[in-house]
Each structure stands twice: as C-alpha cells, then as structure tokens.
Ligand binder design. Structure first.
Ligand SMILES: *Cc1c(COP(=O)(O)O)cnc(C)c1O
Length: 412
C-alpha cells in the first residue's frame, strides 16, 4: 500500500490509480507506456499543453541562477516584470499584483483585501455575497464562500456566514433582484463570483449580461466585486478573462491554475488602486499583513512570464476559436443522444448532463464512468452526473473524437 493519501479519493473503494511517468502536449503516459488523453487539462490547469517548451525552458534557465527569495523587504525581476505584464493584460483599473501560491490562497487574499478595505475606510461592512453552487477552494475561508454540502459538512462549525444568491436563470433577473436588495442594506463588503462558469459546481453557465448587471449594482451601492478567474482565466472561456466577455472590471481579480500554463504553482490577486490606497498609510496598522512562504517564487514567476509571452506571440483568438468550434460540433452531435440533457458550452469548455432517475444510481455512476473513460485511454472526471471536456488548447480533432467517443460509448 502506498503512503500517499490522494486528494478527493476514497481509498476504501477506488482502484489503485495508474502511475504517470511522462507528460507531453495533450497526453499523459503511464509507467507502462499507455497514453491517456488529458480531457480535463489535469484539473483545469494546463493551457497550451503539458510541458510547453517555452515554459519549461524559462523554468530551467531561471533555476540556474535564482531560487526562492523572500519577497518582503526584497524584490526580484521576474516578480516585478510579471506584475507589470499582468496589469497590462488585466481588465482596466487593476493596478497592483499580490502573489501567493494557489487558487485558494488567491481567494483568501481577495477576501482579506475586501474586509481590510472597508475597515480602513472606517465602514463596518463585512458581509460577503456568493452564488449558490459556487466553488472557491478548500481552505476554511474559501469553503465558507462556496457551496455547503457533503464535501465540507464536517467543517461547518468553523465557517463564517455569507449571503447566498440564486444561480441566475436565463435572464438572471432573480439573481440581480436578490443582489440589489442585499446591496441596499449597506452591509455588503463584497460579492465574489466565478465569472460566466461555475466550475466545480457542475460547469453551470450564465450570461455576460448578468455579470455586467452585477457590476452595475456594485457601482450603485458601493460593493466590491471579486472575480475568481482561477478556472476561467487564460482563455478557458474563449477570451483571456471571462470578465472580458462582459467588458467589465472587477475591483479584485484572482488568477492561478493557467497562470504558469499549468506547469508549476503560482497565484496572483490583482487589486484596484482604490483597494490598495485604503492600505497605503503611515499608520502601520493598515499594512496588508499577509504572506505565503513561497510568495512570488522567481521560478514560477518566470514560467508565468513565458505564458504571457506565448499569449502575445501566438494567435490565441484563432486557437481558442477553432477549439471552441470543434467542441461545439461534437457537443451538438451528442446533445441529440436521448441519454443526455442540458448540453452547454462556454468557449473551450463543453458540458452535458447524463440523465439520471435516482441519486443512488448517480452515486454509482461517477466511478463507473471514470473507469470506462480510462479503458478508452481518456482522462475525464464527471462532476456528479455532469460530463465535461475541458482540454488543453493543443488538442487535435482526432483527440477530441477520442474523448467524445468515450462519452458516447458509455453504457449507463
Ligand atoms: C480550483 C479553483 C480554486 C482553488 O484553486 P486551488 O489552486 O485548488 O487552491 C478557486 N476558485 C476556483 C474558481 C477554482 O476553480
């Protein structure tokens, strides 16, 4: 038996996982040499492909001269250059970059910035509005702003209270009305959203108009908008940021996963000048007292800079557009299959739901689907009865046929 305790894994019931010895492009290779198409970008982190050469090269060359350097009281070029580059690429109005090392820490930082902002403004606002079904990470704070359920019931006594908004219906009016009522109370510090796509909540999608509507309400009632772009960022929705579809700027933006192309951990929380200025003072109590040991790791920053350069040099609009079109074709074909419903797509992400009659059946289906996909040489991980394909951008039409063929051939 291995000494490893795997994440999100019930060791009592799940098979011993295949061991991956090599990765390249859209594929993983087991230690027996079996290729596995990575249909979920290794949990939504890989963008162009595994071991993208420019990113690997940046890591190697940086590691030959620099490793972790404390980022309080000292600085370094990769950290400064990356911050400049991110501000240029981010929605307008974001002016400062705070580094951490995962999506969860990026969100924790965002929440602390928002609460700090209102405290330093001398306003007692501290409530946070969230979407039903949202996911922002697995730390106590990020679980608090995420959906409560079987995944986190044991930790409920430690979580703080938030204000829940219904997931938007087609026109989103229900959500907007509920949010406006909350915002009017003058107690809302911030709203945190996954823009356009709720990832772990089952690839649920809503329109850019709803996102723009939330921004307007935030403006009217002075509520900070936190965009958690940890999953949606770096092209997943067809544009660099999901916020770009709605032409809005959040007050705080979280990015991680695709930031280094999915090669090495790094996260950044981008803040508006207004949020930064509330912490800028000769009064030391206003300091943003937060850090991770590996803040702004230079090797990770260099990997992210290589990602930035790829974004500037490659025709990303065309690449993402082509992938979206290839996904749409296959989704439409399977959407005709009576076993599935709710076919939906946002950019490169395509999802549909397997029709299920009862929950007991549902509980069984996930592991059986996963096993079937592995047999077909495809890595897919349904969320409940939601099957989705979220591939690296280098996938070919043949690769996608393999993934969608594996879904079509699942025998219930
Ligand atoms: C994955 C994810 C997180 C958490 O990121 P980690 O790196 O796993 O901590 C936060 N928010 C969203 C929207 C995510 O998809």
């Amino acid at each position: 038996m291995s000494a490893v305790w795997h994440p999100f894994t019930q060791h009592a019931t799940e098979p011993v996982p295949p061991r991956i010895a090599r990765s390249e492009g859209a594929y993983l290779f087991t230690d027996r040499g079996q290729p596995l198409l990575d249909g979920i970008s290794s949990w939504w982190v890989v963008t162009h492909g595994h071991r993208q050469p420019e990113i690997v090269e940046a890591i190697q060359s940086t590691a030959s001269r620099l490793d972790q350097v404390i980022f309080a009281g000292l600085s370094h070029e990769p950290g400064e250059q990356l911050a400049e580059a991110l501000i240029k690429m981010a929605p307008a109005g974001l002016t400062k970059v705070f580094y951490s090392d995962s999506g969860s820490t990026a969100v924790e930082v965002a929440l602390k910035m928002a609460l700090g902002y209102w405290r330093h403004e001398g306003d007692g606002r501290h409530r946070i509005a969230v979407f039903e079904g949202s996911y922002h990470g697995d730390t106590i704070g990020t679980m608090s702003v995420g959906e409560r359920g079987v995944f986190n019931a044991a930790y409920d006594p430690l979580m703080f209270a938030v204000d829940k908004l219904p997931f938007p219906s087609a026109d989103g009016q229900d959500t907007l009305t509920a949010f406006e009522a909350l915002a009017r109370t003058g107690q809302m510090a911030a709203i945190i959203v996954e823009p356009l796509v709720l990832g772990a909540g089952g690839m649920q999608m809503y329109s850019p108009e709803v996102l723009a509507g939330l921004r307007k309400i935030c403006d009217r009632h002075d509520v900070l908008l936190i965009a958690d772009e940890v999953m949606t960022g770096w092209g997943r929705t067809g544009r660099l940021w999901a916020c770009d579809h709605a032409a809005i700027s959040p007050d705080i933006l979280c990015t991680s996963k695709g930031l280094t192309g999915g090669v090495i951990p790094l996260a950044a929380t981008l803040a508006s000048e207004r949020v930064f200025q509330a912490h800028y003072s000769t009064d030391r109590r206003r300091t943003f007292y937060h850090s991770s040991s590996y803040t702004a790791n230079p090797i990770a920053c260099a990997a992210a800079l290589a990602q930035v350069r790829l974004w500037q040099q490659r025709p990303m609009g065309d690449i993402l557009g082509n992938l979206g079109a290839m996904q749409a074709e296959r989704l439409a074909a399977l959407g005709q299959d009576g076993r599935f419903e709710n076919a939906r797509q946002c950019g490169t992400i395509a999802a549909l739901d397997l029709k299920v009659t009862d929950g007991g059946y549902l509980a069984e289906t996930g592991p059986r689907m996963r096993a079937h996909f592995l047999e077909q040489g495809v890595l897919l991980r349904p969320l409940g009865n939601t099957v989705y394909v979220l591939p690296p951008y280098c996938v070919t039409a043949d690769d996608l046929d393999l993934a969608w063929g594996a879904i079509a051939s699942f025998e219930g």
